[in-house]
Design a protein around this ligand. Sequence first.
Ligand SMILES: Nc1ncnc2c1ncn2[C@@H]1O[C@H](COP(=O)(O)OP(=O)(O)OP(=O)(O)O)[C@@H](O)[C@H]1O
Ligand SMILES: [Mg+2]
Length: 264
Amino acid sequence: MSLLQMEQVSHRYGSQRFLSRQTERTVLQDVTLTLEAGTCLGLLGRSGAGKSTLGRILLGLERPTAGRVLFEGQDIYRTTANDYRQDIQVVFQDSFAAVNPKMTAGQIIAEPLTNFTRLAPDALQHRLVTLIEQVGLTRADLAKYPNQFSGGQLQRICIARAIATNPKLIILDEAVSSLDMVNKALILALLGELKDKYDLSYLFITHDLQAAQALSDRFVILDQGQIVGEYPTRKAFVDATDPHVLAIKNAMLATHPRYRTIRK
Ligand SMILES: Nc1ncnc2c1ncn2[C@@H]1O[C@H](COP(=O)(O)OP(=O)(O)OP(=O)(O)O)[C@@H](O)[C@H]1O
Ligand SMILES: [Mg+2]
């Protein structure tokens, strides 16, 4: 049994315009994909392709208009059991927006632990120290506030919060996209280590082909709400003539200005 299966998932957003007909937009169309436990599936696509919508559907935040989402064989939109919520966590792109500025790092990381577990104060403190050290920060950092951290450090705190409840799946929605090259490489390495150590599975949402190849075992490309390509293994050669791969590459600016071309 796969950890996660999406079967023919479609989604439409409706909008009620004043004095005009209701318009509906299909943002996902018959999306079928599977994610095996212990692997990282990259989900690539240009801006507006529907990637975050797909992530929100997996998190139970957006009910799909059609199709099924099975987590460990259980349809998450047809079950009353809520235990899968603890098993699926998320890390977003904007770490500053993802945390409460009035909470310390310790309080931020403790939030899912107090929601989902009943740890005694001593055990909770011990767990917080383990978690913050695991993401490369120190126990002294637990008392600091978000504005005392860099973007890369705060993203580490968001990762510590995501792994706090020992989830099975973490959705990384552009989790390294706003980091500089050095921090991006460091966070990708950290995510790789944590995945191996805790046997985690990732859905790695990104528009960055290089980052996807660095972390993913395989990836799919989503274009205008549809899966248009599926590619194996992170290090394998990806056909440079594939139009969907080229579209992703062209949508990104080359890192060095010398390799940038102005497209008309
Ligand atoms: N709550 C919403 N209501 C209506 N339309 C929405 C809503 N959220 C997203 N959309 C629209 O759905 C489409 C897909 O959006 P989505 O955020 O899933 O794309 P994305 O692939 O994550 O893009 P990006 O790479 O820019 O984050 C977009 O056209 C967007 O405008
Ligand atoms: Mg998005």
